[in-house]
Write a protein that binds this ligand. Structure first.
Ligand code: SAH
Length: 466
């Protein structure tokens, strides 16, 4: 199985820097399923080619497996050693890991530089034929060249095989090309060699960041990548769609968000909420803060303005929101000392995430009502069991208050994406149960003007670890 990457970008050594593989060396790497070799068959100033040759150990793969499971001979005689498949993705991640992640200590500017690149896959099994091949690569801007191979040249009557030799070309940063190959190569193949689970979905979402949500074939790509596991596919898709929130002309705030803001505006509830959250965080003495579901960064701006908070990490599932936050906070233009205090990361609160470990406090402002109720349990564990900050400041709408808004039809939520809105009692019951289960104490505070009967528009719980 052979992947060749060629560039006409000079000097030739640059490809070596980017791949972290010296052009003069032949190197071999042991992987769980065989050996990967890297070498440069062509090193000139006008053109440079690096190869990743994968030697899959078909016999080794079978060892230890129950021989009754499959047709015996097929375990040994199959196309795995010869075709580009999910093994290639694993090899790319392990052998070209830094290049895939866009890291290059020696020549950092090269990482983001689009360079003319060509990737050739000698044998790619393509379910769906050339049409699908083009439908996957062409929307990403690649020029595609494909040669279809017959099953056996001596017996043309046997017809075409599923195998193609494929070359794709584009001027693009190398990490982007590798990311596309990493995600897309297994999509053409009928099989994946490893178990497809939640990790795979996370990988797909992480590696698909910034391009997959806009890809016209995203449904089919996600379905195939996740090996037809329907529940994962649906989940992945719903999150891809979240990434994609359509813009509203010049106003980058989505329409439903604006509706919510309009409703709450007369109270300037937003400001009161932020004020209450910052006050609770300040009072906890926390220095290292998480803003979970940070959205477009309103709280982050407040936190940056207060020197008590030395390290701030904002996380959101929506790439679009993170992009808006980056722009609004002018992150690129902040002085170094300021910029160092703040980091924004893409992730979901319903998956355990090591990046959230070790913080003093977490703010979760108007986020839980966006989670599907069945995922709430996962969120509870991710935050209170795994990340386990000393303090959690969490807010959510108080549904009882909604009747006081003439503009809101009875029984409707404040925001189209809210999955639920709780009464004070529902929130207290949930929060108390969570606190008890994970060893926290919780107290409740109203936010916004209190109605004698319906309470305040926002309810806040402050959890302190025992
Ligand atoms: N805290 C912000 C944004 C609230 S809107 C503020 O007060 O302005 C809710 C935010 O939660 C959105 O940005 C949404 O993308 C994010 N969100 C929804 N589900 C999420 C999940 N599973 N993980 C992380 N963030 C999520």
């Amino acid at each position: 199985m052979l992947l060749s990457i060629t560039t006409t970008h000079g000097p030739a050594g640059d490809l070596g820097y980017l791949l972290h593989k010296h052009p003069d060396k032949f190197q071999s790497f042991n992987l769980s399923f065989g050996t990967a070799h890297t070498y440069y068959p062509e090193v000139g100033d006008g053109r440079c080619t690096a190869c990743l040759l994968l030697d899959v150990d078909a016999v080794g793969l079978v060892r230890g497996r129950n021989p009754d499971q499959d047709f015996l001979l097929a375990q040994y005689v199959n196309d795995r050693p010869y075709v580009a498949s999910s093994f290639l993705s694993v090899a790319i991640a392990q052998v070209f890991g830094s290049a895939l992640q866009g890291r290059c200590k020696d020549r950092p500017e090269l990482v983001t530089t689009p360079i003319p690149l060509e990737a050739r896959l000698d044998v790619l099994p393509v379910r769906g034929g050339e049409g699908f091949l083009r439908a996957v690569f062409e929307p990403l801007g690649y020029e595609v060249e494909a040669t279809h191979h017959p099953l056996d040249e001596k017996f043309p009557e046997w017809g075409e095989s599923p195998y193609f030799s494929v070359t794709i070309r584009r001027t693009v940063p190398l990490s982007e090309l590798l990311t596309h190959l990493y995600v897309l190569v297994p999509v053409f193949d009928a099989r994946k060699h490893y178990f497809v689970g939640h990790d795979e979905m996370e990988k797909l979402l992480a590696k698909g960041e910034g391009w997959l949500a806009r890809h016209p074939a995203k449904d089919e790509i996600a379905r195939r990548y996740l090996g037809h596991r329907l529940s994962l596919y649906r989940m992945a898709l719903s999150r891809l769609v979240e990434d994609e929130e359509p813009g509203d002309g010049d106003d980058e705030t989505p329409a439903n968000e604006r509706a919510e803001q309009r409703l709450e505006k007369p109270l300037s509830l937003n400001d009161q909420r932020l004020g209450a959250v910052v006050a609770a965080l300040r009072a906890s003495g926390a220095k290292r803060i998480l803003d979970l579901g940070c959205g477009e960064g309103k709280l982050l701006r407040e936190l940056l303005g207060d020197r008590q908070f030395e390290e701030i990490l904002g996380l959101d599932v929506s790439v679009r929101s993170l992009e808006i936050a980056t722009r609004r906070l002018k992150l690129e233009r902040l002085p170094d000392a300021q910029a160092k205090r703040l980091k924004l990361v893409h992730g979901s609160l319903t998956y355990r995430d090591r990046r959230l470990d070790g913080f003093d406090a977490a703010a979760v402002v108007e986020v839980i009502e966006h989670l599907d109720p069945p995922r709430l349990r996962a969120f509870e564990r991710v935050l209170f069991e795994c990340a386990r900050p000393g303090t959690v400041v969490l807010t959510t709408p108080n549904r009882e208050f909604n009747v006081t808004w003439d503009a809101l039809p009875a029984g409707r939520f404040r925001h189209a994406d809210h999955r639920f809105e709780w009464t004070r009692r529902e929130f207290h019951e949930w929060a108390t149960a969570v606190a008890t289960r994970f060893g926290y104490a919780v107290r409740f505070l109203p936010v916004g003007p209190e109605h004698p009967e319906y309470g305040s528009p926002t309810q806040m719980g402050v959890f302190e670890r025992g």
